[in-house]
Design a protein around this ligand. Structure first.
Ligand code: FES
Ligand SMILES: [Fe+2]
Length: 423
């Protein structure tokens, strides 16, 4: 990828082409539980290079506003969240959830000039989402499948990833790495073990991709050998601008991620498990809370993974030698994050030498880049409406002469009214 394109893709601050593109979608900001109580403590939220504060007002509504007071710039993190607004602790200016200034004790007539920026928020799937784009362009709420399920059917976690969102998200698009870095983990992990999918993934590390562009982004059909007369296909979607879906393993819950820039050197890796057809079991929920599957254990009191770059991700060379952990790092999330962070905060994309298995990444980059540039000439970004987002990943065994695209036309279209296809 040339330098100009790479720079365009990795910069997401205010007024950058990629930043403008991402700001047209609802952005996950934090877990609803982080601002659980009305008039509770405000929480710092850094998203897309902006320093913001989230708080839940007395009416129970969440707001996301500039972190800094318009008067002389004190942080509202130290403010008082009371009576439907956050009051700066320094001289008492008060702001509503939309950023409007509602009180200037020393000069009430100045109120209308003292507002700060405020972004509309909604809550879906136990997450707070904000719309940070231009007024008048706010899209309908996000409609990826897990957003609209009852709380009993969904589990969501987030972890800090200490690198640019692009190299993190590309791990979600590139399913060829599953045969390598996750090779031994999938046998032990309670959210993956005991499935035929594992056997096929381990037996055939040479996944061959067929990729289709779609109204929402990309559909990837990854082919591995199945039984002598069949292929094992994994169907993965990437949705504009930051969603990836994971094909399921056996009867385990389905999965997905959202990769949201904090700034150009950090992102939130959101990990979601869900079942459209049933509540998650107590046992499944327990595993997720313990950090199994695509989740991870944390440094207590933070969203920083316990295995992080300061401790070399707790690498265990013996486990690597004994084939208990392919890279020596345990945990699916940290196996990915360790390698992605090891590239540096922003990978030097101009230096990489891509291979045929990277074709989906190349296509996603191009789609993001071209859309970001086209938006400068007034084009609209894709997949803003709910209809385009209602797709589901799948894993299936098909006779060798069956085209997966044909199969998908019958079994995966029609939105989400289809059964889950998984082996
Ligand atoms: S700095 Fe906030 S009221 Fe003065
Ligand atoms: Fe992975």
């Amino acid at each position: 990828m040339n330098k100009e394109m790479a720079e365009t893709l990795v910069r997401t601050g205010p007024c950058t082409p990629m930043g403008n593109l991402m700001r047209r979608y609802w952005a996950p900001i934090m877990l609803s539980g982080e601002v659980a109580t009305p008039d509770g403590p405000p929480v710092r939220a850094h998203i897309l290079g902006e320093k913001l504060i989230a708080f839940r007002n007395s009416d129970g509504k969440v707001g996301l506003v500039d972190e800094f007071c318009s008067h002389r710039g004190a942080s509202l993190y130290f403010g008082r969240n009371e009576e439907n607004g956050i009051r700066c602790a320094y001289h008492g200016l008060k702001f509503a959830i939309d950023g409007q200034c509602v009180d200037v004790p020393s000069a009430p007539q100045a109120c209308k000039h003292m507002g700060i920026k405020g972004y509309p928020c909604i809550e879906r799937a136990g997450m707070v989402w904000a719309y940070m784009g231009p007024k008048g362009k706010q899209p309908p709420p996000p409609a990826v499948e897990w957003c609209d399920l009852p709380p009993s059917h969904v589990f969501v976690s987030k972890r800090l990833q200490e690198c640019n969102y692009l190299q993190a998200m590309e791990g979600g698009i590139d399913t060829s790495h599953v045969s390598y870095v996750h090779r031994f983990e999938v046998d032990e992990d309670p959210m993956h073990q005991g499935t035929r999918a594992n056997e096929y993934i381990k037996a055939d590390g040479n996944v061959i991709f067929e990729i289709e562009s779609a109204p929402f982004g990309l559909t990837l059909y990854g082919r591995r050998n199945g039984d002598p007369d069949s292929y094992y296909w994994r169907v993965t979607q990437w949705l504009f601008p930051w969603f990836t879906l994971i094909p399921p393993f056996g009867d385990h819950p389905l999965g997905g991620h959202v990769w949201v820039p904090i700034d150009d050197h950090h992102c939130w890796a959101w990990s979601i498990n869900f079942r459209p057809d049933r509540p998650l079991s107590e046992e499944e929920r327990c595993h997720m809370q313990e950090g199994k599957g695509i989740h991870c254990p944390y440094v207590p009191g933070t969203f920083r993974p316990l295995a992080n770059k300061d401790n070399d991700y707790l690498i265990d060379r013996r486990a690597q030698q004994e084939k208990r952990a392919y890279s020596g790092v345990f945990g699916i999330a940290m196996q990915d994050a360790s390698l992605q962070e090891s590239m540096g905060p922003i990978q030097d994309h101009a230096k990489e030498k891509l291979l045929p298995t990277d074709r989906a990444i190349v296509m996603a980059r191009r789609m993001l880049y071209e859309t970001a540039l086209a938006m400068q000439d007034g084009a609209e970004p894709p997949a803003l409406n709910a209809g385009a987002q209602r797709v589901r990943a799948a894993g299936m065994l098909l006779n060798r002469d069956v085209k997966p695209q044909e199969w998908a036309k019958i079994h995966l279209t029609g939105g989400l009214d289809q059964p889950v296809y998984s082996i």
